[in-house]
Design a binder for this molecule. Structure first.
Ligand SMILES: C[S@@+](CC[C@H](N)C(=O)[O-])C[C@H]1O[C@@H](n2cnc3c(N)ncnc32)[C@H](O)[C@@H]1O
Length: 281
């Protein structure tokens, strides 16, 4: 991004307190380059509400005896569904076969992927579509190694997360930055890089990206753009831990898509392989 544009965006952010992407859109609109997009508020809210069902499952895990837990998230119980629609939406998820164990297993597997990345010297963790993921607060390895955490989600979702944390007396952790951002944009790679850089991320210095439970809610162009953005932001040696379902990559297989975009697929677990690893017997 040209530095003159960057400076104008920064000045607008300071003046209006708008999140990066909104400021960028206004500056571009002033230049006549792009109309200010009207947010698809209702759909975004429904998608955002899906994070509650996940938080409920993680909260139940914390109630299990320690030897039975796959992970410990003492913060998840702060995020019960906050409206009738959100409760009904969560109930629909709970009715799905294996929903609970699926969330338990993927949470643990991604926790392990984050720990491995930290062991390998990675010090930047980016949660794309962070929702109510509290890895930045709850994984002891993050604090122990001074890992900087960037939580990316819509500004509305991050606002309600921050309000909840504040109400619960949990002041913002110094190592966590909140990056309000909508992935549904034409210039995803450039805009995401800009937003993360403004939030303090060192572009090109290895990151681990967590992209958990997001692919199902964005279209194929956004999936592609997100993968390109992560490659650009994280540079060589960056890692991505993500969840996907059959058909997530259209007519392509996941491994073909990843290879085409320059990724090396290190491992591809199925629900069954995770089950055998973490819930033997
Ligand atoms: C199912 S939740 C998963 C939350 C979290 N990753 C987890 O596993 O706990 C999906 C999250 O992706 C976010 N999301 C979906 N589409 C998005 C978009 N276009 N831009 C930004 N965030 C988006 C939602 O707001 C929501 O928080």
């Amino acid at each position: 991004m040209p530095s003159s544009l960057k400076a104008r965006v920064r000045a607008r952010m300071e003046k209006t307190k708008e999140p990066y992407q909104q400021a960028l859109r206004h500056v571009r609109a002033e230049e006549g380059r792009m109309p200010v997009a009207s947010p698809r508020v209702e759909r975004a809210r429904r998608v955002a509400d899906t994070a509650f069902a996940i938080a409920v499952i993680r909260a139940r895990e914390a109630e299990l005896p320690e030897r039975e837990r796959l992970f410990y998230d003492p913060f998840a119980s702060l995020f019960p569904p906050d409206s009738t629609e959100a409760s009904e939406g969560a109930a629909r998820f709970f009715a799905l076969p294996f929903f609970r164990d699926g969330i338990r297993l993927r949470t643990r597997a991604i926790d392990d992927a984050v720990r491995e990345a930290i062991d390998a010297g990675i010090r930047q963790l980016v949660l794309l579509g962070a929702g109510f993921d509290m890895r930045g607060h709850r994984l002891p390895e993050v604090a122990a190694h001074g890992v900087r955490v960037y939580e990316v989600d819509t500004p509305e979702q991050l606002e309600r997360k921050q309000i909840t944390l504040k109400r619960s007396g949990l002041s913002n952790a110094a190592n966590v930055a909140y990056v309000g951002f909508d992935f549904d944009t034409r210039d995803l790679a450039e805009e995401l890089a800009g937003a993360l850089e403004m939030a303090g991320l060192r572009i090109g210095e290895r990151c681990i990206f967590v992209w958990e439970g997001v692919i199902g809610y964005v279209d194929d162009a956004t999936i592609d753009g997100s993968l390109r953005a992560m490659a650009q932001v994280g540079g060589p040696g960056a890692r991505v831990a993500f969840t996907h379902a059959e058909g997530s990559f259209g007519s392509e297989t996941g491994s073909a898509r990843l290879a085409r975009l320059g990724y090396h697929l290190d491992h591809d677990d199925t629900g069954e392989s995770l089950w055998r690893r973490y819930l033997p017997g």
